[in-house]
Design a binder for this molecule. Structure first.
Ligand SMILES: Cc1cc2nc3c(=O)[nH]c(=O)nc-3n(C[C@H](O)[C@H](O)[C@H](O)COP(=O)(O)OP(=O)(O)OC[C@H]3O[C@@H](n4cnc5c(N)ncnc54)[C@H](O)[C@@H]3O)c2cc1C
Length: 419
């Protein structure tokens, strides 16, 4: 892996570096971009960049679109609104199932708080991650975004005229900008800053599964249930009537993803059943789930604050710099928001360093605040905090600043000094 820069005028180091925008103005407006990663942030960034007048191509490491990647997620109203800002919400809504409400309970089945969702907002939509990936990819491709598969980025170098990405298959590509949408184990993050932090383990291994519709667990339609107690479990009723659940197994020395995959599902299920014995409704949900329906997701992780979001012609978006962990229910929504904001900044601020600085100023406070709240929930899930559940803010308090966030695509972005 390597990176070099032959143009010092472009080699600024992240936020707070306000020096020399006059000199930077000599750089021509960016017209092309390499987007590394075809998950959530990548296709949205490429689509939004295209609408901002920048021709972007997505380079994805996997040989095909990310089909078959397990686990479910919820796309919150703010994520859907960010998609709507670039006209991409309809295909995602079409593959989702609305779950606007939230009930929190203790591990004995006693409800603690109940929230019906904000009536003025569209509901959170749940969907398998792979369907979200597919909907975004198909939509972006139909809008003219080219996708190249089997392209694993291994290095990049800047020249006076642009940035060249090198891929594991020996090929390379050059453009004005390189956008790192390559997820929580981002290569681009390390190219920008070899000292960048690594993902932080949240103390539990994550699992998901399906329990039979008639398993005897009450789940109000359109409601996400969170059951705390000795162990945490979330669940909701899916469109086919089955109960979709997710759970965490506290483990101090976590196995790697490959090791998690090697353990037979029946073994994981036995461990989960042991942990959730006596938990309401965890015990019953697990009794009515088979090993064939288990999704072993692996370590629950988050990104600690990343000091440098950009350098020269390279910039990060999505989990690469602000993965808040699955506890937030916001990772995909934030990735989409950032992708849209990055494009808006590049549209309005012709000097890319200035656009990157404005982007960081707009996004850093929000994504880091959400990351901190999720880290607190992770501690509860891992049994590392005594925080009693009733001391959480009410769902309404918790969700208002998340769900009401809006990006006004038509609004011009001002330079970093005025952001
Ligand atoms: C169990 C679980 C539950 C979750 N639940 C929720 C939820 O309810 N709500 C929510 O909003 N979010 C949720 N998330 C988080 C959400 O999935 C992520 O925040 C979101 O996928 C981030 O998008 P991204 O595009 O930044 O990264 P990713 O989706 O990880 O995409 C990165 C892409 O880059 C590719 N790539 C990586 N390295 C390279 C390389 N070197 N070269 C080329 N390509 C590369 C990868 O193959 C991948 O396709 C959950 C995550 C997990 C694991």
């Amino acid at each position: 892996m390597h990176v070099s820069s032959t143009d010092d005028s472009r080699n600024d180091r992240g936020s707070g570096d306000a020096r020399g925008y006059g000199a930077m103005a000599r750089a021509a407006r960016a017209r092309t971009a390499l987007v590394i990663g075809g998950g959530v942030a990548g296709p949205v960034a490429a689509l939004a960049l295209r609408q901002a007048g920048i021709a972007a191509t997505v380079y994805e490491a996997y040989p095909a679109a990310a089909d078959g990647v397990g686990a479910w997620l919820g796309l919150a109203p703010n994520g859907l609104a960010a998609l709507a800002a670039v006209g991409a919400d309809a295909p995602v809504r079409a593959v989702g199932h609305p779950v606007p409400g939230v009930v929190m309970a203790d591990g004995a089945g006693h409800p603690l708080t109940r929230f019906g969702g904000f009536p003025e907002l569209p509901p959170t939509m749940t969907m398998p991650r792979e369907r979200l990936f597919r909907a975004l990819t198909d939509h972006a491709a139909a809008a003219g975004v080219p996708f190249a598969y089997g392209k694993r980025l291994i290095g990049a170098e800047e020249t006076s005229g642009g940035v060249t990405a090198h891929f594991a298959d020996g090929s390379s590509a050059t453009a004005d900008l390189l956008i790192g949408a390559d997820g929580i184990r981002s290569t681009v993050r390390t190219l920008i800053d070899p000292q960048a932090p690594a993902p932080e383990y949240g103390g539990v291994l994550s699992f998901g599964g399906y329990a039979a519709a008639d398993c005897g667990v009450e789940a109000e339609p359109g409601t996400m249930h969170f059951a705390f107690g000795r162990a945490f479990m979330g669940y909701w009723r899916g469109a086919d009537g089955r109960l979709i659940w997710f759970a965490g197994l506290p483990v101090d020395n976590p196995p790697s993803q490959a090791e998690v995959a090697r353990v037979p599902a029946a073994e994981w299920l036995a461990k989960l059943r042991e942990l959730y014995a006596g938990h309401v409704p965890g015990e019953r949900l697990l009794r009515h789930s088979g090993p064939g329906e288990l999704m072993a997701v692996g370590r629950m992780e988050r990104m600690p604050p990343v000091p440098h979001w950009h350098r020269g012609r390279m910039v990060l978006v999505g989990d690469a710099m602000h993965a808040p962990s699955s506890s937030s229910g916001q990772g995909a929504s934030l990735a989409i928001e950032s992708a849209v904001e990055l494009a808006r900044c590049l549209r309005d601020l012709p000097v890319h360093q200035e656009a990157f600085a404005a982007y960081e100023a707009l996004r850093r406070p929000r994504v880091e605040a959400i990351g901190r709240s999720a880290a607190a929930v992770n501690k509860v899930k891992a049994g590392k905090s005594d925080l009693p559940v009733p001391e959480f803010p009410s769902p309404e308090q918790m969700f208002r600043p998340l769900h009401f966030h809006r990006i006004d695509w038509a609004q011009p972005v001002r330079s970093p000094a005025g952001v």
